[in-house]
Design a protein around this ligand. Structure first.
Ligand code: SF4
Length: 258
């Protein structure tokens, strides 16, 4: 597959289906994806590096200068910014100073685009680091991944590169007291010769039970959209996603399909 990596710390604003005009932030290198997951569907390709040494991450000052420059540029060009969004080449919360970056970004947002929200697309594996969890609670849109209802399905779809216990992650997600958005990729396929489908039992009921525990502000459900590193994967139709969404709506939780 052709892997896709962002080439700078700050990019855009680009149009996002979910977030409108989104100014992106990539805290990771531009030549390799760094992630605590190795998702079979990742548009950045397989995870070849699971972490960097602390000194290899961009210094906070470098990150903040790049973001401020991009915000100034967008403002000078009269561009709308609805969301300042952490996404990029892997898992943003792996940055050892993620909390400091959030703290300083809140000030930059208020200075340049006070009506913009701050969003973070994260795989939730770092929530057990208290400073990451509390930083994510300070932003408007913590959009956290939960693709599986069981540890077995998480291991198949997300293939963690660090120890990840699904029940511990879900427990941390409950501490957001509803001010969190859960994003879930539904798909089926084959991995290492074993067929899987996270929309069927027992995964689906287990996932719904975890959504009920977390009671997020919103659930975002989607299926494959771009080229994936694994080849034997199947995308679900919008109708199929809507069937799952209906089960979430019955719990009085807002849900959107993409
Ligand atoms: S968590 Fe995101 S960046 Fe990491 S492997 Fe999965 S899809 Fe890719």
């Amino acid at each position: 597959m052709s892997t896709f990596l962002w080439e700078s710390i700050a990019f855009g604003p680009i149009h996002s289906r979910r977030l409108g005009s989104s100014l992106g932030i990539n805290l990771l290198p531009t030549d390799v994806k760094i992630c605590s997951f190795n998702c079979i569907y990742c548009e950045c390709g397989w995870t070849l590096e699971k972490s960097l040494t602390a000194r290899e991450y961009y210094p906070v000052e470098t990150v903040m200068q790049a973001i401020e420059h991009k915000l100034q540029e967008a403002l000078a060009e009269g561009k709308a910014v609805d969301s300042i969004t952490f996404s990029g080449n892997g898992e943003p919360t792996l940055h050892p100073h993620f909390d400091q970056i959030i703290e300083q970004l809140l000030g930059l947002r208020d200075k340049y685009y006070p009506n913009a929200v701050i969003s973070c697309l994260s795989n939730a594996t770092q929530l057990l680091r208290p400073e990451v969890c509390s930083a994510l609670k300070k932003i408007e849109n913590p959009i956290l991944k939960l693709d599986a209802g069981t540890q077995e399905m998480l291991n198949i779809i997300n293939d963690p590169t660090v120890p990840v216990n699904i029940d511990e992650v879900v427990h941390e997600l409950t501490t957001f007291e509803g001010n969190v958005i859960i994003q879930t990729m539904f798909l089926s396929g084959e991995k290492d010769g074993v067929a899987f489908d996270n929309s069927t039992e027992p995964n689906l009921s287990a996932w719904l039970a975890k959504i009920e525990l977390i009671r997020p502000r919103k659930v975002m459900i989607y299926s494959l959209d771009r080229e994936a590193p694994a080849t034997k994967l199947h995308k679900f139709s919008k109708e199929k996603l809507e069937e799952i969404a209906e089960l979430v709506r019955k719990m009085n939780i807002t849900v959107e399909t993409y």
